[in-house]
Write a new protein. Structure first.
Length: 400
């Protein structure tokens, strides 16, 4: 009979919380429920950003030039992708695993842990972000704007209503690429560092227990993972994640000339920051044009002596943006970032940032974006849920 029965389908919040807590403290009882070193809780604090932010907490995404197919013994024509050094780690891990299976060290007839097969790996964050952002913008122009159509005569009016919409969406549903990559909307699979060999439901603890935790080969699996530089996701042990700072990954990293976290993120990842404004501008233009297609005309009643006449306004499509519109989008971007960061600044401060950003824009767009980003990063350690937040909570308890 299974010990862990947590499932997302449980309707009682209290019962589900109990089941999740039971799994959290007893699935890996070593070290007070934390498990051995290679078992990592990627849901805790900033660990949910692993591979999606660099050491300075900048949201990043993998450069596609270094995303390669992961070939395996059973898949010589693989469409499964991962970061180049992660593919190398897996090949070494799998070769050792197959030898152990042939030697009878582990069972040969297990569906998941006799032959290792990757079910899921790298997913393009750019593609996923665009699909996600399309859903947000579709909600804006199909659901939020219709009662306001008479207010929207041009592209600037379309932009003018967006901040009110984002206030309703809050930080849970960011619209910038940076906000998306740093949110729960994006997964660790966008990093190129994660491999799922089970394809299990993250929300079903019973399946995890039956397929992995009680499997005779499980201890061998997690120890071999550590040897070749992989952490095992505590909340889904079928997911292997490259441990960039661990000793097991050094050989594969060194084979690609990578020594230390800084060199990994510098050479293999790009900052999302520099994509934010171009992405937003394109989204706004695309969906304003969709709005114009849906609402090409607006009738405006006007007094003419004793009579009322109707003036017909034809909304115009946009194909480019001018200096004024770019500044409006910049102001909107700063306010959106503030919402996505859970409002660390007031409007006076945001306007001050905007005026400084305008001055910097004359020198360099890149310098301007870095200035804006630095303002928000200065408040990062104050966020609820960060490691600094939990550290302060512990220190406060100890002081009592």
């Amino acid at each position: 009979m299974p010990k862990f029965r947590g499932k997302n389908s449980i309707t009682s919040a209290q019962h589900l919380l109990y089941q999740r807590h039971l799994y959290d403290i007893e699935a890996f009882p070593e070290n007070g429920g934390l498990g051995p070193p290679q078992i990592v809780d990627f849901n805790f604090a900033e660990r949910n950003l692993y591979g999606k932010v660099d050491r300075q907490h900048n949201p990043v995404y993998a450069k596609t030039a270094f995303i390669v197919p992961v070939f395996s013994a059973n898949n010589k024509n693989s469409t499964i992708l991962a970061m180049d050094f992660v593919a190398d780690q897996f090949n070494k891990f799998e070769a050792h695993y197959l030898r152990a299976c042939r030697m009878g060290v582990i069972p040969v007839d297990d569906a998941l842990l006799s032959t290792i097969e990757i079910k899921k790996a790298y997913e393009s964050p750019r593609d996923l972000y665009r699909m996600y952002a399309d859903e947000i913008m579709t909600t804006y122009y199909l659901n939020f704007l219709p009662p306001r159509t008479r207010q929207i005569k041009n592209f600037q009016d379309f932009l003018g209503n967006f901040l009110e919409f984002m206030e309703k969406m809050k930080a849970i549903f960011p619209i910038t690429f940076s906000g998306y990559q740093r949110s729960s909307q994006s997964s660790i699979f966008t990093s190129g560092l994660a491999l799922d060999i089970g394809g299990l439901d993250f929300g079903d603890d019973e399946v995890k227990e039956e397929s992995f935790l009680t499997n005779p080969a499980f201890d061998f699996y997690i120890n071999l993972a550590k040897q070749y530089g992989f952490s095992v996701n505590k909340h889904n042990p079928s997911v292997l994640v490259s441990d960039l700072a661990g000793p097991g990954a050094k050989a594969s990293l060194g084979a690609f000339g990578l020594y230390g976290l800084t060199s990994i993120f510098t050479s293999r990842y790009s900052k999302t920051l520099y994509d934010d404004l171009p992405d937003l501008t394109k989204l706004f233009m695309d969906y304003y044009n969709s709005f114009v297609t849906s609402y090409p005309l607006e009738t405006i009643p006007q007094a003419c002596g004793t009579r009322t006449i109707t003036k017909v306004l034809r909304r115009q499509y946009v194909n480019d943006t001018d200096y004024k519109t770019n500044n409006i989008i910049l102001h909107l971007y700063i306010n959106i970032r503030n919402i996505e960061e859970r409002k660390p600044f007031n409007q006076i401060e945001l306007n001050y940032f905007y005026n400084n950003a305008l001055s910097l824009r004359k020198k360099s767009e890149r310098m301007m974006l870095e200035y804006i980003d630095d303002q928000f990063k200065s408040k990062y350690n104050e966020k609820i849920g960060s490691l600094s937040y939990y550290k302060k909570k512990v220190e406060k308890k100890l002081d009592k």
